[in-house]
Write a protein that binds this ligand. Structure first.
Ligand code: ADP
Ligand code: MG
Length: 269
């Protein structure tokens, strides 16, 4: 099958399986949202997909290619990754950070980006609206600005598989929509995109496919309207959800509240 296919993936840490029997199929050229509560295993699954966490069991294939067995240099020309928090201690400008995305294409004796690389970096900066920050030190940017720069770095890598871990968590509401629209365009151009996220309404509106994790397992997968059901959201998040369809609004809207008598709120002891 084309796209990203994970089968029975297990990742172990601290003497236990933190991801177990996790399977999913993210369709090629589509945006797949990876949902689930804190600690469900989303970041671990994304890292394992790119060979950054060792698989104790299972397989990861993209377009039939075994990603786990692929040499890292080859994988870097295929797949890009935006980590949940990408701190850097080095004094790099924003343009330098985005130019890191071109390294997989540069030969070892090349001293820096070529003219073609510079054009790609400029276009990635422009796409994320961060051209004006090009000469600033990355460390001096706000969290949301840094997040946009990291997405620009991943786009400069020209990946055919793009994994993003909560890429809109620090973005303002307009930047969330702009960024997710941009990812949708990349998907339509053929890139397969998987993003971990928390906002159910953004997921419903911007993803073609959803996979939901709980306790290290993928417990539901499919079209957003089929996956986002009240029983599933109660089971996975412990919230009471109402799913409404507003006229003129394509995606379903999810409204939710804490389930009575559950959770760890201030008055629950
Ligand atoms: P998510 O991204 O869904 O919030 P993570 O994949 O980051 O979840 O983590 C899944 C679970 O695995 C969490 O309970 C986390 O504490 C645990 N975990 C992650 N890495 C390690 C590690 N190196 N040692 C022990 N536990 C870990
Ligand atoms: Mg995470």
């Amino acid at each position: 099958m084309s796209g990203l296919v994970l089968r029975d993936v297990e990742v172990r840490a601290g003497g236990r399986a933190i991801v177990a029997d996790a399977s999913l199929a993210a369709p090629k050229g589509r945006v797949t949202g990876l949902l689930g509560p804190n600690g469900a295993g989303k970041s671990t699954l994304l890292a394992a997909t790119l060979g950054l966490r060792r698989l104790a069991q299972g397989s990861v294939h993209f377009d039939g290619l075994d990603l786990a067995a692929m040499p890292a240099a080859e994988r870097a020309r295929l797949a890009a990754y935006v980590e949940q928090s990408a701190a850097t201690s080095e004094r790099l400008t924003v343009r330098d950070v985005v130019a890191l995305g071109r390294i997989p294409y540069q030969s070892v004796w090349q001293s820096g980006p070529g003219a073609g690389d510079e054009a790609i970096v400029a276009s990635a900066l422009a796409a994320l609206g961060v051209t004006g920050f090009g000469d600033r030190l990355y460390q001096t940017l706000s969290g949301g600005e840094q997040q946009r720069v990291q997405i620009a770095r991943a786009l400069a890598q020209e990946p055919t598989l793009l994994l993003l871990d909560e890429p809109t968590s620090h973005l303002d509401i307009e930047a969330q929509l702009t960024t997710l629209d941009l990812l949708r365009e990349r998907a339509q151009a053929g890139c397969t995109i998987i993003l971990a996220m928390h906002d159910l309404n953004l997921a419903a509106r911007h993803c073609d496919h959803l996979a939901v994790m709980k306790d290290g397992r993928v417990v539901a997968e499919g079209a957003p309207a089929a996956v986002l059901s009240a029983p599933l959201l109660l089971d996975v998040y412990g919230v009471h959800a109402t799913i409404v369809q507003l006229p003129g609004h394509g995606a379903p809207l999810v409204v939710y509240d804490r389930a009575r008598g559950s959770g760890a709120g201030p008055d629950s002891g």
